[in-house]
Write a protein that binds this ligand. Sequence first.
Ligand SMILES: [Zn+2]
Length: 224
Amino acid sequence: MIGKMTSTGYKTLGAVVVTVAAITLAVAAFTGVGGDMGQSLPSRVTGKRANSGHTIKVSNHALTHRVIYAGIRAPYEDEQGHIDAKERNEALIAGRDLNLRYDEQFRDHKDRLMAYVFLDDGRMVNEMLVREGWAYVRLRSGTQRHAQRMIRAQSLARKEKRGIWAHTMSPSDEQFYPVDPMFAEFHLPACEVVQKLPESRRIDLNSKDEAFGRGFSPCDKCKP
Ligand SMILES: [Zn+2]
């Protein structure tokens, strides 16, 4: 037998290992961050259906998971382009094998997996939807790994007036546009969300162009 550890020694070591694992899990559960450390995060899945342009249902080993795309946001139900974005998303993922990749932030407040979704040919669905004009870039804190390619895809979509960019945007006629970088949204100065936003976190930008260029998406309440 290799080693001379007593059975008591093994028990102590076992308890330490279990304790460390428990603390690590508790911290991860509390913060919702930790990169790809969670081995339980599913990576190889099958796309089932799209609930919107940025949320899907997937399955692996008879388990179903809800996934929200990292780094983007598509139009919500009351916004123009919602149906088109959802249909395009569904066409891209339904019945396909998908590879989920994670960023620092890998769950949202509704406990959905927040992921980058890759097809087997290497294309990233999140980026494709932005490139085709069916989603805004939304670089929340902890979801900025692919910031550059996302912003580039969006600037091309805007230039070509694809999807949600087909209609001329109302001019930037506010004095400034307040931003909450944590949630990567920009607002009208009078928005109720801005009133609750801590001053220390708030950034004021001069135009909507600047906000889009930095990966902030429009607030769905004040619709700037
Ligand atoms: Zn707002």
